[in-house]
Design a protein around this ligand. Structure first.
Ligand code: FNR
Length: 379
């Protein structure tokens, strides 16, 4: 577990950093260009105010919620993040087990250092952890140039019981991560991106994609389809029965278009400030996207969420759930599966307490009435 008692998730990073190589820390912590958007993600959340209502019975506060038909312990998901074995030898396996035992969905990245199958097996073996429903695994997919190879990945995900596909649409190319460039970041030779092995096997190419993390950016552009347009969405909806969520949408018009073309959900995100710098914080676009989408599909949000009150702000502005990214990597580094579980306990403690202080005893009571929006943002 975590090496000491922490009061909140924001305290983890400083202690995790010395345990990581400068390359790994830079890769995890960094954003693109001058990192304006990375900083803005936290700043934006800080600008909203919560307006409590008093004299409400909050003797029992229920954080649980339903998302895509799945009962969750709280409206919090584990964001897809590449290469988690850099934090801890058990990497994605530990992270996914922690999600299962806390009753939250784990989203496995295409760029993971554990395979689709390894993660499914790890979760199947995990003790129930007190949460009644089955573990929820989702898969984050990059649509590849080779649609037939993309389908191989989809079939594997379906076969192993993953429950949704998250298509990341904000990364036709990788953002300019200056820290990675300075550090000559590369995946150490004992690790590999396991799903790329599946992909390359399927594509019958022998290029060293799986092990040569040093050429991460180049491989990314080799494999992923930079000509991808909206046409892929009807294609994907036909190729799989799984719900499809698009991750990395910021424009209300794109959100409307996604829904019209069959998306089952939208993840409003700037990729943790790692793609287009000076793109806005997801939370600032949430009200306008909620207006555009009119409740037709669930909206999820990520970027800079570390506090129970951050979760509440997103829900109040129209999100059904949030994703948490980097804080989980710090927890994994510090304490493996147990560390992540303890970190999630901290976040859940804050969420439950803040709901009580806000005057909400269940998640669906958290409406726009409870948040004061800063001026100057689109409605
Ligand atoms: C990411 N993110 C990401 N997103 C995705 O769709 N596929 C991926 O493989 C990755 N990989 C990845 C690696 C690392 C190290 C980070 C930090 C992030 C983005 C991630 O899913 C999420 O959008 C942000 O991390 C959320 O912001 P916070 O919570 O980290 O501030």
């Amino acid at each position: 577990g975590l090496p000491k008692r922490y009061s909140n998730l924001e305290e983890l990073e400083a202690d995790a950093q010395p345990l990581l190589t400068p390359q790994a820390y830079g890769y995890y912590a960094g954003g693109s260009d001058n990192e304006w958007t990375l900083v803005e993600n936290k700043a934006a959340l800080g600008r909203y105010r919560l307006l409590p209502r008093v004299l409400v019975d909050v003797s029992s506060v229920d954080m649980s919620t339903t998302l895509l038909g799945q009962r969750l312990a709280s409206p919090i998901l584990f964001a897809p993040m590449a290469q988690q074995r850099l934090c801890h030898p058990d990497g994605e396996l530990a992270m996914a087990r922690a999600a299962a035992s806390t009753g939250l969905p784990y989203i496995l990245s295409t760029m993971a250092t554990s395979s689709i199958q390894e993660v499914a097996e790890a979760v199947a073996q995990a003790p129930a952890g007190g949460w009644p429903s089955d573990p929820t695994l989702w898969f984050q997919i990059y649509v590849l140039k080779r649609r037939d190879v993309t389908e191989v990945m989809i079939r594997e995900v379906e076969r192993l019981g993953y429950k949704a596909l998250i298509v990341t649409v904000d990364a036709p190319r990788l953002g300019h991560r200056e820290a990675d460039e300075k550090n000559k970041y590369s995946l150490p030779p004992h690790l590999s991106m396991k799903n790329l092995e599946l992909i390359t096997k399927a594509a019958a190419t022998t290029e060293g994609v799986a092990t040569e993390g040093s050429k991460f950016g180049r491989h990314f552009s080799d494999l992923f389809d930079q000509r991808l347009t909206w046409e892929f969405l009807p294609w994907l909806k036909k190729a799989s029965k799984l719900p499809v969520l698009l991750k990395g949408i910021l424009s209300p018009d794109d959100a409307r278009k996604a829904v019209e073309l069959g998306a089952d959900g939208i993840i409003i995100s700037n990729h943790g400030g790692r793609q287009l710098n000076y793109s806005p914080a997801a939370v600032d676009m949430l009200p306008a996207i909620a207006e555009a989408v009119q409740g037709r599909v669930p909206l999820l949000v990520d970027g800079g969420i570390t506090r129970g009150t951050d979760v509440i702000k997103c829900l109040a502005l129209g999100a059904s759930a949030v994703l948490v990214g980097r804080p989980l990597l710090w927890a994994l580094t510090l304490g493996g599966q147990k560390g992540v579980e303890e970190a999630m306990d901290l976040l859940h403690y804050e969420l439950e307490l803040s709901m009580a202080l806000l005057g909400c005893s269940s998640v669906d009571q958290i409406t726009r009435d409870f948040v004061i929006q800063p001026p100057g943002y689109p409605l």
